[in-house]
Write a protein that binds this ligand. Structure first.
Ligand SMILES: NC(=O)c1ccc[n+]([C@@H]2O[C@H](COP(=O)([O-])OP(=O)(O)OC[C@H]3O[C@@H](n4cnc5c(N)ncnc54)[C@H](OP(=O)(O)O)[C@@H]3O)[C@@H](O)[C@H]2O)c1
Length: 296
């Protein structure tokens, strides 16, 4: 199978590229601003960008689109830029897939829901509260109306190993280990189902291998609010100089509204893959602790 992973310099794309390579698939990964040895430059905002690598002659069977502007509060104040980087970017990636008749994979979010219910299944009504959530939903529709065979995977609170270590858990571990004085304010009432990007890549591998289509919610087995998640990290990586303060969403007064009861119910995926084992945050943190000990 030939897979083009757009955004392979990021968390989700990087894990997909590594896992698919390991499984023997022919993978071409791309970066945008963060060049590295394993990826080629590709800009989804401009298919004619002269710097674009030759992704067309690769003739992929599947395009996995991971490029997006994921800064939710920034999107609220930069509506046009958010539209370009999520919706137009997806329209362009779809055009590229149409040229080779490739299947299309798009990653969406629980921010397409309003957070009144929580633990969402694929049939639940969408109702985004933020610009980011609305644009992810708009991009889902672009994919659904593309005429391409497609898979839409909704995910939230992704963590795991990545080149830049910029996800929430990775940054918490880094600050804890650094011994620097820090205070982070995190919400006590925003719940989600964190998922390891490596596990996500394994789930997508099965979905693609079996040529499945449609919407899948992938959310692992944890249901935690951000404060609980941060404190879980501190259990494994205690640090007196790093203070985690739990506040309500109202007290935090973030720019964009968030779904408070977010997260996903995995029933659809699990009913198709009953033997699939989802690892959880504790599994990841235990492994990271062992790694830190063996490096010290
Ligand atoms: N992480 C989460 O918790 C989460 C939750 C829900 C949904 N998602 C969705 O999952 C997808 C992947 O997220 P992620 O966490 O892996 O994000 P990420 O780590 O920020 O990666 C985003 C990737 O997109 C690339 N990119 C940015 N602008 C681009 C452009 N104009 N053209 C081509 N590529 C571009 C980036 O390249 P450079 O870094 O090289 O610039 C990077 O490789 C996104 O659609 C996101 O909305 C993520």
């Amino acid at each position: 199978m030939k897979i083009l992973v757009i955004g392979a310099s990021g968390l989700v794309g990087g894990n997909c590229m590594n896992y698919f390579n390991k499984k023997g698939w022919d993978v071409l990964g791309t970066h945008f601003g963060y060049a590295n040895d394993n990826t080629t430059y590709f800009n989804t905002l401009d298919l004619n960008d002269p710097q674009n690598g030759d992704v067309k002659s690769f003739q992929p069977d599947v395009v996995v689109h991971c490029g997006a502007l994921t800064h939710v509060d920034y999107c609220e104040d930069h509506v046009d830029e958010s539209f370009q980087k999520t919706v137009v970017s997806t329209q362009n990636a779809v055009k590229l897939a149409q040229e080779s008749g490739a299947k299309f994979v798009f990653f969406s979010t629980d921010y397409v829901f309003d957070g009144k219910k929580g633990f969402y299944s694929e049939e639940d009504e969408v109702n985004p509260l933020s610009v980011y959530g609305q644009h992810k939903l708009d991009a889902e529709k672009v994919v659904q109306n593309s005429g391409l065979k497609h898979v839409i995977i909704r995910i939230t609170n992704v963590y795991g190993d990545e080149i830049r270590g910029k996800n929430f858990i990775a940054r918490l571990i880094e600050v804890s280990l650094s011994g620097e004085q820090a205070e982070w304010k995190v919400p006590i009432d925003q719940y989600a189902t964190p998922v390891n990007a490596a596990v996500l890549a394994q789930a997508l591998y099965l979905i693609l291998k079996d040529d499945k289509t449609g919407v899948y919610h992938i959310g692992s087995t944890d249901y935690l609010n951000r404060y609980q998640l941060a404190m879980r990290v501190k259990q494994y990586f205690p640090s007196e100089s790093f203070v985690i303060k739990g506040l309500t969403t109202e007290e935090l007064n973030q720019k964009a509204d968030r779904p408070l009861l977010g997260g996903f119910n995995n029933n659809k995926f699990i009913s198709e893959y009953p033997e699939f084992i989802f690892s959880n945050v504790d599994d990841y943190l235990s492994a990271k602790l062992e790694e830190a000990k063996s490096n010290s």
